[in-house]
Design a protein. Sequence first.
Length: 256
Amino acid sequence: MGVESTDSFQSFLTFIDAYNVKLVDDDGKLLVDDPKVKEGLVAALKDYTDPYIKGCTPPSSTTWKDPDNNVAFHNKTTVMTHNFTISIAAKWYEDSINPSLTPEQRAAGKKAYEELILTTGFPKKPDGSTMKYRAAIKVGVIFTDSKNKARAKQFVSFLLQEENLQPYVEGALGRWFPVTTAGQKSPFWQADRHRKAVYNQFMDGTVPFEFTRNYKFTILNNENIWAKAMNRVVSEKVPVDKAVDEMIARIKQVAG
Protein backbone atom coordinates (compact mmCIF):
# COMPACT_ATOMS: atom_id res chain seq x y z
CA MET A 1 0.00 0.00 0.00
CA GLY A 2 3.03 2.30 0.10
CA VAL A 3 2.91 5.42 -2.04
CA GLU A 4 6.57 4.89 -2.96
CA SER A 5 6.07 1.35 -4.28
CA THR A 6 5.20 0.22 -7.79
CA ASP A 7 3.82 -3.02 -6.35
CA SER A 8 0.95 -1.06 -4.80
CA PHE A 9 -0.37 0.45 -8.03
CA GLN A 10 0.21 -2.72 -10.04
CA SER A 11 -1.70 -4.69 -7.44
CA PHE A 12 -4.55 -2.19 -7.23
CA LEU A 13 -4.92 -2.09 -11.01
CA THR A 14 -5.24 -5.88 -10.90
CA PHE A 15 -8.14 -5.40 -8.49
CA ILE A 16 -9.88 -3.07 -10.93
CA ASP A 17 -9.39 -5.73 -13.62
CA ALA A 18 -11.25 -8.12 -11.34
CA TYR A 19 -14.22 -5.77 -11.54
CA ASN A 20 -13.89 -5.38 -15.34
CA VAL A 21 -13.08 -1.67 -15.02
CA LYS A 22 -11.73 -0.01 -18.18
CA LEU A 23 -10.26 3.44 -17.54
CA VAL A 24 -9.49 4.18 -21.20
CA ASP A 25 -10.70 2.91 -24.56
CA ASP A 26 -8.44 1.64 -27.34
CA ASP A 27 -7.92 5.22 -28.56
CA GLY A 28 -6.81 6.43 -25.13
CA LYS A 29 -10.02 8.31 -24.34
CA LEU A 30 -10.99 8.33 -20.68
CA LEU A 31 -14.01 6.32 -19.58
CA VAL A 32 -14.07 7.48 -15.96
CA ASP A 33 -17.31 9.46 -16.33
CA ASP A 34 -19.19 6.19 -16.80
CA PRO A 35 -21.07 5.44 -13.53
CA LYS A 36 -20.17 1.76 -13.90
CA VAL A 37 -16.48 2.68 -13.90
CA LYS A 38 -16.87 4.54 -10.62
CA GLU A 39 -18.87 1.65 -9.21
CA GLY A 40 -16.09 -0.77 -10.12
CA LEU A 41 -13.39 1.51 -8.70
CA VAL A 42 -15.27 1.78 -5.41
CA ALA A 43 -15.64 -2.00 -5.21
CA ALA A 44 -11.94 -2.52 -6.02
CA LEU A 45 -10.73 0.07 -3.51
CA LYS A 46 -12.98 -1.36 -0.79
CA ASP A 47 -11.68 -4.88 -1.49
CA TYR A 48 -8.11 -3.64 -1.45
CA THR A 49 -8.38 -1.69 1.80
CA ASP A 50 -10.67 -4.03 3.77
CA PRO A 51 -7.88 -6.48 4.76
CA TYR A 52 -5.97 -3.59 6.35
CA ILE A 53 -9.04 -2.22 8.10
CA LYS A 54 -9.84 -5.71 9.42
CA GLY A 55 -6.29 -6.14 10.75
CA CYS A 56 -5.30 -8.84 8.24
CA THR A 57 -2.14 -7.15 6.97
CA PRO A 58 0.80 -5.66 8.91
CA PRO A 59 0.14 -2.02 9.92
CA SER A 60 3.43 -1.04 8.26
CA SER A 61 2.10 -2.06 4.83
CA THR A 62 0.91 1.51 4.22
CA THR A 63 4.57 2.56 4.04
CA TRP A 64 6.04 -0.50 2.31
CA LYS A 65 8.38 -0.04 -0.62
CA ASP A 66 8.80 -2.68 -3.33
CA PRO A 67 11.01 -5.14 -1.36
CA ASP A 68 8.95 -5.01 1.82
CA ASN A 69 6.21 -7.51 0.96
CA ASN A 70 9.02 -9.98 0.23
CA VAL A 71 10.62 -9.18 3.57
CA ALA A 72 7.30 -9.60 5.41
CA PHE A 73 6.78 -13.00 3.81
CA HIS A 74 10.31 -14.16 4.55
CA ASN A 75 10.10 -13.14 8.21
CA LYS A 76 6.64 -14.72 8.50
CA THR A 77 4.70 -11.58 9.39
CA THR A 78 2.38 -12.32 6.46
CA VAL A 79 1.41 -15.66 4.96
CA MET A 80 0.35 -14.53 1.48
CA THR A 81 1.21 -11.67 -0.85
CA HIS A 82 0.48 -10.59 -4.39
CA ASN A 83 3.76 -10.30 -6.27
CA PHE A 84 4.51 -9.38 -9.87
CA THR A 85 7.43 -11.80 -10.07
CA ILE A 86 8.33 -15.06 -8.33
CA SER A 87 11.21 -13.35 -6.55
CA ILE A 88 9.98 -14.59 -3.16
CA ALA A 89 10.21 -18.25 -4.12
CA ALA A 90 13.37 -17.61 -6.14
CA LYS A 91 15.15 -16.27 -3.05
CA TRP A 92 14.82 -19.69 -1.38
CA TYR A 93 15.91 -21.48 -4.53
CA GLU A 94 19.02 -19.30 -4.58
CA ASP A 95 19.65 -20.24 -0.95
CA SER A 96 19.37 -23.93 -1.84
CA ILE A 97 22.21 -23.71 -4.37
CA ASN A 98 24.38 -21.06 -2.69
CA PRO A 99 27.81 -22.62 -1.96
CA SER A 100 28.63 -19.92 0.58
CA LEU A 101 25.80 -21.06 2.87
CA THR A 102 25.99 -23.94 5.32
CA PRO A 103 24.49 -27.33 4.38
CA GLU A 104 21.71 -26.66 6.88
CA GLN A 105 20.88 -23.31 5.28
CA ARG A 106 20.88 -24.86 1.80
CA ALA A 107 18.59 -27.63 3.04
CA ALA A 108 16.24 -25.05 4.54
CA GLY A 109 16.16 -23.22 1.21
CA LYS A 110 15.38 -26.41 -0.67
CA LYS A 111 12.59 -27.35 1.75
CA ALA A 112 11.07 -23.87 1.52
CA TYR A 113 11.17 -23.81 -2.28
CA GLU A 114 9.97 -27.36 -2.87
CA GLU A 115 7.56 -27.89 0.02
CA LEU A 116 6.63 -24.85 2.10
CA ILE A 117 5.95 -22.09 -0.43
CA LEU A 118 3.19 -22.19 -3.02
CA THR A 119 2.91 -19.96 -6.08
CA THR A 120 -0.55 -19.78 -7.57
CA GLY A 121 -2.42 -17.72 -10.13
CA PHE A 122 -5.27 -15.35 -9.52
CA PRO A 123 -8.65 -16.52 -8.23
CA LYS A 124 -11.72 -16.04 -10.38
CA LYS A 125 -13.23 -12.57 -10.71
CA PRO A 126 -16.26 -11.78 -8.54
CA ASP A 127 -18.45 -12.51 -11.59
CA GLY A 128 -16.86 -15.95 -11.92
CA SER A 129 -14.86 -15.25 -15.08
CA THR A 130 -11.11 -15.85 -15.46
CA MET A 131 -8.57 -13.16 -14.62
CA LYS A 132 -5.98 -12.11 -17.17
CA TYR A 133 -2.52 -11.03 -16.12
CA ARG A 134 -1.29 -7.48 -16.71
CA ALA A 135 1.93 -7.77 -18.66
CA ALA A 136 4.49 -4.96 -18.39
CA ILE A 137 6.84 -5.36 -21.34
CA LYS A 138 10.35 -4.20 -20.55
CA VAL A 139 11.67 -1.99 -23.33
CA GLY A 140 15.01 -0.52 -24.30
CA VAL A 141 15.35 3.20 -25.04
CA ILE A 142 17.91 4.90 -27.24
CA PHE A 143 17.81 8.62 -26.51
CA THR A 144 17.65 11.16 -29.34
CA ASP A 145 20.91 12.76 -28.22
CA SER A 146 22.74 9.48 -27.68
CA LYS A 147 26.30 9.69 -28.98
CA ASN A 148 26.50 6.13 -30.26
CA LYS A 149 23.10 5.02 -31.55
CA ALA A 150 24.60 2.37 -33.83
CA ARG A 151 26.33 0.64 -30.91
CA ALA A 152 23.14 0.80 -28.85
CA LYS A 153 21.18 -0.87 -31.64
CA GLN A 154 23.87 -3.53 -31.91
CA PHE A 155 23.49 -4.25 -28.19
CA VAL A 156 19.70 -4.56 -28.45
CA SER A 157 20.12 -6.87 -31.43
CA PHE A 158 22.66 -8.94 -29.47
CA LEU A 159 20.40 -9.19 -26.42
CA LEU A 160 17.39 -10.29 -28.46
CA GLN A 161 19.21 -13.23 -30.01
CA GLU A 162 17.74 -16.35 -28.44
CA GLU A 163 21.08 -17.73 -27.31
CA ASN A 164 21.60 -14.53 -25.27
CA LEU A 165 18.08 -13.62 -24.21
CA GLN A 166 17.13 -17.03 -22.87
CA PRO A 167 20.09 -17.42 -20.46
CA TYR A 168 19.53 -13.83 -19.31
CA VAL A 169 15.85 -14.41 -18.53
CA GLU A 170 16.38 -17.84 -16.97
CA GLY A 171 19.35 -16.57 -14.98
CA ALA A 172 16.85 -14.36 -13.15
CA LEU A 173 15.24 -17.62 -11.91
CA GLY A 174 11.78 -16.92 -13.24
CA ARG A 175 11.48 -13.31 -12.12
CA TRP A 176 10.69 -12.38 -15.74
CA PHE A 177 8.87 -14.23 -18.50
CA PRO A 178 10.33 -14.36 -22.04
CA VAL A 179 8.68 -12.54 -24.93
CA THR A 180 9.88 -15.06 -27.51
CA THR A 181 8.04 -18.25 -28.44
CA ALA A 182 11.23 -20.30 -28.18
CA GLY A 183 11.95 -18.92 -24.71
CA GLN A 184 8.43 -19.74 -23.55
CA LYS A 185 8.82 -23.34 -24.74
CA SER A 186 12.00 -23.84 -22.73
CA PRO A 187 11.90 -26.75 -20.23
CA PHE A 188 12.89 -24.18 -17.59
CA TRP A 189 9.23 -23.09 -17.26
CA GLN A 190 8.06 -26.64 -16.56
CA ALA A 191 10.78 -27.47 -14.04
CA ASP A 192 8.83 -26.79 -10.84
CA ARG A 193 5.45 -25.60 -9.60
CA HIS A 194 6.49 -21.97 -9.15
CA ARG A 195 7.71 -21.49 -12.71
CA LYS A 196 4.84 -23.54 -14.10
CA ALA A 197 2.37 -21.23 -12.33
CA VAL A 198 3.95 -18.28 -14.13
CA TYR A 199 3.84 -20.12 -17.45
CA ASN A 200 0.18 -21.04 -17.02
CA GLN A 201 -0.74 -17.50 -16.07
CA PHE A 202 0.79 -16.07 -19.24
CA MET A 203 -0.69 -18.81 -21.42
CA ASP A 204 -4.16 -17.82 -20.15
CA GLY A 205 -3.67 -14.48 -21.90
CA THR A 206 -2.47 -11.03 -20.93
CA VAL A 207 -3.69 -7.43 -21.03
CA PRO A 208 -1.61 -4.22 -21.27
CA PHE A 209 -1.42 -1.28 -18.88
CA GLU A 210 -3.36 1.93 -19.54
CA PHE A 211 -0.26 3.90 -20.51
CA THR A 212 0.03 1.87 -23.71
CA ARG A 213 -3.17 3.63 -24.85
CA ASN A 214 -2.77 6.96 -23.05
CA TYR A 215 0.83 7.79 -22.18
CA LYS A 216 -0.25 10.28 -19.51
CA PHE A 217 -1.04 7.36 -17.24
CA THR A 218 2.73 7.14 -16.70
CA ILE A 219 2.34 10.41 -14.78
CA LEU A 220 -0.53 9.01 -12.71
CA ASN A 221 1.44 5.85 -11.97
CA ASN A 222 4.47 7.89 -11.01
CA GLU A 223 2.32 9.97 -8.66
CA ASN A 224 0.78 6.71 -7.46
CA ILE A 225 -2.70 8.14 -7.17
CA TRP A 226 -3.88 4.59 -6.51
CA ALA A 227 -1.88 4.17 -3.29
CA LYS A 228 -2.73 7.72 -2.27
CA ALA A 229 -6.40 6.79 -2.49
CA MET A 230 -5.76 3.71 -0.36
CA ASN A 231 -4.05 5.80 2.29
CA ARG A 232 -6.89 8.31 2.26
CA VAL A 233 -9.15 5.42 3.25
CA VAL A 234 -7.03 3.54 5.78
CA SER A 235 -4.99 6.34 7.34
CA GLU A 236 -7.25 9.41 7.00
CA LYS A 237 -10.56 7.52 7.35
CA VAL A 238 -11.99 9.08 4.18
CA PRO A 239 -15.00 7.15 2.79
CA VAL A 240 -14.11 4.92 -0.16
CA ASP A 241 -16.44 6.67 -2.59
CA LYS A 242 -14.94 10.08 -1.72
CA ALA A 243 -11.42 8.74 -2.25
CA VAL A 244 -12.53 7.38 -5.64
CA ASP A 245 -14.05 10.76 -6.58
CA GLU A 246 -10.70 12.39 -5.80
CA MET A 247 -8.91 9.73 -7.85
CA ILE A 248 -11.19 10.24 -10.84
CA ALA A 249 -10.76 14.01 -10.66
CA ARG A 250 -6.98 13.62 -10.77
CA ILE A 251 -7.19 11.14 -13.68
CA LYS A 252 -9.28 13.63 -15.66
CA GLN A 253 -6.94 16.50 -14.79
CA VAL A 254 -3.83 14.66 -15.96
CA ALA A 255 -4.98 12.32 -18.71
CA GLY A 256 -8.16 13.92 -20.04
